[in-house]
Design a protein around this ligand. Structure first.
Ligand code: IVH
Length: 692
């Protein structure tokens, strides 16, 4: 057992801190590098906590190699910053053979070479992942970071350490550290394989968690975790392909550098090729494009790099990209299909948005049924008509778009699309505001589409998050005449409970569940409430800014009714004149004032503690702990939950949001299962603590 800290002498404390620093590094290395933990997690955590407590009591004795100094110790609002040894640059893009020829000509001209001189180029696949920098000192991995803004990145040292493919030590054959420079900054791409991405999403779905749009987002979400344990659970891979600062390199070409990387144990993409002519570069590009779908990871093009480092040196950089490298991007994936119908959607702000319903078509592995048409001008400019055959494209995670019409396939009786001059839902006039491209329904509160969209927004996940009041139920309750505005939600039980039971598909159980969810939503954190109001331009981030600035609903509302409301808003960093006008206009509108007067008595709006700006996924949720946790003590877990704005209660009721179950959980776990409450394990709980 540890000695009581208050009884320690300085030299005893120092000796213990020294021993702890070495021991913790040893345990960390065994855990992450060798996948062979030497002690239980609980024991490791106890040592870490002892280290923290000793450091708090003897701050001047903190050891240079202490874990607290190495770890990008999670700070409240994110990661520690790391200044890159050399800026992490981006690449220029080319899209055609002509542009590749042009790129090579420019290089030759810059270097004063004749137009027929061949220049050795290394061609590599362009991995669609997340770039990283890993700094090694005397052959040991010391600091890892993300690209950030190119000059300053985020410290993800501990997260990178959990990637089994990243060498912790640069060892070339038997020669231990001889081949490693005193310092080298190795760069590359962290990615998630397509297979691991599908598996992760399936697991996330099973746990009712957020899924990721593509492998790149999944890799980013997994790497940028404040808790490295979560990174460790996700299967992330990497390819190394560049270097920042290096002391005394032993190579003179990029190709030799890649060979050295392999010897040190870095994964280097096996597809890389040394090319001498544009023809060879183009063959590489075409082969990669054809092979793309079969590769286990996503690529979005190829990269060409001048092989000789002395030439790279001479070529240097323009703005933020090297002159000696470029990315040859693949075109967005396209397919041809029939446009069946142009549908007009009415959003919560009254904007009329045209949507194309197309004959379902597979584009690069994703079945596309709808495409955005943006606005009336776009339809006119591209002369898009119902019944047309259209070329549709999908790039990354953007909404599919219609590129063009195939004129030869246009039916003979086709007619130009006429954008409606009235709202298709309420029949009010539809007008343009100023010279905006968007056409708005003028129906305001009488437009059922707007009212319904506002209700859907009000109960959505990031707003009041009322489970059971999904899109379908809102549609039904709206048509029944039970639900017109947010106030009706809170009088639904009182006014329509009996009728609800007589509706098809509803029973006592489902009705109680819905009313229970509504009950829970009566207590709402301020940022979510502000977001729920659906003020134009006010998204989640702005709502959070407002809540953190004003602290309470009372303070916010009072300020918004004062003469200088707009000026007060513009004092907040991130709020400009347009947003300020939209917010003050919302409060000046009598309908909104009336709505608020009747809505507020139904709610308890939780103020934001101005000293703790963090709202997490647990804010406002009620939590029960059961069983033994392995990484945290119960007291620690409870204090973390409270700090995240959750309520911690001792017994499970239908009102409980989450039950966090450790080992040997008993009756509370059973009760949770009975009530259908989401059960979290310890890691999932930790993940939620960090989730925004
Ligand atoms: S070299 C100075 N090589 O593409 C040049 N980048 O658009 C440094 N990328 O930020 C980059 N695969 O994240 C290089 N084989 C590869 C790459 C690659 C993917 C990414 C990288 C970079 C971005 C530039």
């Amino acid at each position: 057992m540890f000695k009581e800290i208050s009884t320690l002498t300085r030299s005893e404390a120092e000796a213990e801190l020294k021993a702890l620093a070495t021991r913790l590094i040893e345990l960390d290395t065994a855990y992450h590098q060798c996948d062979a933990p030497l002690v239980s997690d609980a024991e490791y955590d106890a040592l870490r906590r002892r280290n923290e407590a000793l450091e708090a009591a003897f701050p001047d004795l903190i050891q240079e190699n202490s874990l607290s100094q190495r770890v990008g110790a999670p700070i409240a609002d994110g990661f520690q910053k790391v200044v890159h040894t050399q800026p992490m640059l981006s690449l220029d893009n080319v899209f055609s053979e002509e542009e590749v020829i042009d790129f090579m000509d420019k290089i030759r001209r810059f270097l004063g070479f004749s137009s027929t001189t061949d220049i050795d180029m290394v061609a590599e696949p362009k991995i669609d992942g997340l770039s990283f920098s890993a700094v090694y000192e005397k052959g040991r991995f010391v600091v890892g970071s993300t690209r950030g803004d190119g000059t300053v990145g985020e410290d993800i040292t501990e997260n990178l350490r959990t990637l089994s493919e990243l060498p912790q030590i640069l060892k070339d054959g038997d020669s231990l550290f001889d081949s490693a420079p005193a310092m080298i900054d190795i760069r590359g791409e962290v990615y998630m394989s397509k297979r691991d991405f599908f598996d992760l999403n399936r697991a996330q779905e099973g746990r009712h968690k957020r899924t990721f749009a593509n492998p790149r987002n999944a890799a980013a979400g997994s790497l940028r975790q404040l808790n490295p344990k979560i990174t460790a659970e996700r299967h992330l891979q990497l390819f190394a392909y560049a270097c920042g600062s290096v002391q005394q390199p032993t190579w003179t070409t990029h190709w030799e550098f890649l060979e050295q990387l392999k010897k040190w144990g870095f994964p280097v993409n096996p597809e890389i090729r040394l090319c001498h002519t544009v023809q060879e570069m183009m063959s590489f590009y075409n082969e990669m494009r054809d092979k793309r779908a079969d590769l286990p990871y996503d690529i979005d093009g190829v990269v060409y790099k001048v092989n000789h480092l002395d030439l790279q040196q001479r070529l240097g950089f323009i703005a933020r990209s090297p002159r000696w490298a470029t990315a040859h991007k693949f075109p967005a994936e396209q397919a041809t299909t029939r446009l069946n119908q142009i549908r007009i959607q009415v959003g919560r702000t009254g904007a009329l948005t045209p949507v194309a319903d197309v004959e379902p078509v597979n584009i690069g592995g994703v079945v596309v049924r709808h495409a955005t048409l943006h606005n009336a001008d776009e339809i006119e400019r591209k002369d898009i008509r119902e019944g047309d055959t259209v070329v549709i494209q999908r790039a990354g995670d953007v909404i599919p778009q219609i590129v063009r019409v195939v004129p030869d396939k246009r039916p003979t009786d086709s007619q130009a699309f006429i954008f409606p001059s009235v709202c298709p839902v309420c029949g009010s006039h539809a007008v343009r505001e100023g010279d905006e491209a968007i056409i708005f329904c003028t129906g305001g509160l009488i437009c059922p589409a707007q009212a319904m969209e506002r209700l859907k927004h009000f109960v959505s996940k990031s707003a009041l998050d009322i489970e059971g009041l999904g899109s379908k139920n809102i549609d039904t309750f709206f048509r029944m005449g039970w639900l017109h505005n947010p106030i009706d939600i809170f009088t639904l039980e009182q006014n329509h409970a009996l009728e609800l039971l007589s509706l098809e598909g509803w029973g006592q159980k489902s009705a109680s569940k819905l009313f229970e969810a509504i009950e829970q939503a009566r207590t709402c954190p301020l940022p979510r409430f502000i977001y729920a109001l659906g003020i134009r331009e006010v998204g989640e981030a702005t709502a959070r800014l407002l809540a953190e600035h004003f602290g309470s609903w009372l303070a916010f509302e009072t300020a918004m009714h004062e003469q200088d409301a707009a000026e007060k808003l513009m004092e907040i960093e991130g709020i400009g004149p347009i947003m300020a006008e939209d917010i003050t206009a919302f409060f000046a509108e009598p309908h909104n004032q009336e709505l608020l007067t009747h809505l507020l008595p139904h709610l308890t709006i939780q103020s934001v503690d101005k000293t703790d700006h963090k709202t997490t996924a647990l804010t406002g949720k009620s939590l029960v702990f059961t069983g033994t946790l392995s990484h945290l003590t119960r007291a620690e877990a409870k204090s973390k939950a409270l700090a995240a704005g959750a309520k911690v209660v001792s017994s499970v009721s239908p009102k409980t949001t989450y039950v966090v179950a450790g080992a040997e959980a008993g009756s509370k776990l059973k009760q949770a299962e009975k009530y259908g409450i989401t059960i979290l394990d310890e890691n999932e709980f930790l993940e939620l603590l960090d989730a925004p």
